[in-house]
Design a protein around this ligand. Structure first.
Ligand SMILES: Cc1cc2nc3c(=O)[nH]c(=O)nc-3n(C[C@H](O)[C@H](O)[C@H](O)COP(=O)(O)OP(=O)(O)OC[C@H]3O[C@@H](n4cnc5c(N)ncnc54)[C@H](O)[C@@H]3O)c2cc1C
Length: 396
């Protein structure tokens, strides 16, 4: 494998860097870098996505016929690394990296013509209605019911942990349309407009202190049957295809690199690099990050040739999320007391103000640490990824 970039690839990297230096708004970059949320807020995300859209760079993995830029694997890799290193927020994957590829593969011509251009231009904001109370890892046990009535499905039930449902125009959801046979056989994939009467959204505040996830309730929600993607009762096939993109489509190298850079700076300032044990763990983490990065490069190459990510997505999800968490754990260790938010610092200092002891970056270390605990849960927990790998690789 040739790991050095060619002259043309280096020229492309410079073009991306120039673009980022002039076009990435400073306020968006600052809010993303100093914040501790899993996704950027809707307004920042959509503003940045529209800038990328206008440049033609919003959907590196989409085929050119649907508006992709026609990049090589190396170009996609360079773009992902450079945008993350410049502090740009990631694009929200729900439309562009999850339901978009699904509609391309399983959608009707009408669905493709309507939704794909709107996803590309960030005109619709999406959320994912898979998990339910009691149905997370064991997703096939889901119970939200859709019953046919005339030209519609009538939906009753509840979805949980729905990221950004409070911002979303649309939800792609799994609903139960049959209780016959194996649980996987009675599931249907539906596109639900979030302004339909009967939908109620309640916030769930995370350990990081943010409103990113919700519980969504459906009471007699009517959705036209034409909003179904794929055949009735075969939504499991569609759902599994999407999950591979969810696991493989989020680019971990960027998040790991941002946290590694933070860690190196903090460790240097705090004198942690004088400790051989800390230094060794940092070096191991750097090696791990490099391995994830190379695996992502390989996976991008399979996406370029039109394959779906397969088991590689599980390896990358597992190792990428765990490496990110290790970085946030070491940041907490290096920052010590200063990792805590201001209020907690004040309490720790006996209720007095502790001016000048914490920079905004340090104050968000705890938030980021707590927020990213979720990385080994969403998109399928680490245990579930290991189960998939045991099945695929060893036939267990
Ligand atoms: C921040 C965040 C955002 C999310 N966003 C969304 C979203 O937008 N849309 C959506 O649909 N869902 C979302 N989820 C839900 C997520 O997909 C589920 O939390 C996840 O699938 C785990 O399901 P669960 O929470 O029900 O845990 P459970 O399935 O109850 O698992 C509990 C524990 O048991 C372990 N476990 C379960 N089964 C097995 C097994 N067979 N073998 C070994 N160990 C097992 C799990 O690893 C875990 O440690 C989000 C979750 C989080 C935390």
């Amino acid at each position: 494998m040739q790991l050095a970039f060619t002259d043309a690839e280096r020229a492309f990297r410079d073009e991306v860097r120039d673009f980022l230096a002039t076009e990435l708004p400073d306020d968006i970059r600052r809010r993303w870098q100093d914040g501790s949320m899993i996704f950027p807020d809707r307004d920042d995300a959509v503003r940045w996505q529209k800038i990328l859209y206008n440049k033609g760079w919003i959907a590196p993995n989409w085929p050119e016929e649907y508006g992709g830029p026609g990049w090589t694997t190396a170009q996609k890799f360079i773009f992902e690394v450079e945008t993350a290193s410049a502090g740009a927020p990631p694009v929200i994957p729900l439309g562009l990296r999850m339901v978009g590829p699904v509609i391309m593969r399983y959608g009707t011509e009408e669905q493709k013509a309507h939704f794909l251009p709107r996803i590309l231009a960030s005109e619709d904001y999406w959320c994912q209605g898979y998990s339910e109370p009691g149905s997370g890892s064991d997703l096939a046990s889901l119970r939200t019911r859709a019953v046919k009535e005339g030209d519609d499905y009538v939906i009753n039930g509840s979805k949980i942990w729905t990221t950004h449902a409070h911002f979303a125009d649309w939800m792609f959801a799994l609903v139960r349309t049959s209780t016959e046979g194996k649980p996987q056989q009675g599931i249907t994939f539906l596109l639900i407009p979030m302004d339909t009467p009967g939908i109620e959204i309640r916030p769930l505040i995370t350990l990081g202190g943010h409103h990113e996830v919700n519980q969504v309730f459906f009471t007699d929600v009517r959705v036209p049957q034409s909003n179904r993607v794929g055949p009735e009762n075969d939504g499991w096939t569609v759902a599994k295809y999407l999950l591979e993109f969810e696991r493989g489509g989020s680019f971990h190298t960027g998040r790991i690199n941002v946290n590694l850079a933070r860690l190196r700076n903090l460790a240097l300032e705090a004198g942690c690099l004088d400790e051989p044990g800390f230094r060794q763990r940092l070096a191991e983490l750097e090696v791990e990050a490099e391995a994830v990065s190379m695996s992502e490069l390989r996976m991008l190459s399979s996406l370029t040739t039109g394959q779906n990510p397969g088991a590689a997505a599980s390896i990358i999800k597992l190792r990428g999320s765990e490496a990110t968490q290790k970085a946030t754990e070491m940041i907490m260790e290096a920052a010590g007391l200063y990792a805590l938010p201001f209020e907690q610092l004040e309490q720790a200092a006996g209720g007095t103000n502790a001016p000048g002891v914490a920079t905004p970056d340090e104050t968000s270390s705890a938030g980021r640490y707590f927020g990213l605990r979720a990385a080994t849960i969403f998109g399928g927990s680490s245990e579930v990824q290991r189960n998939i790998l045991a099945k695929v690789s060893y036939g267990l």
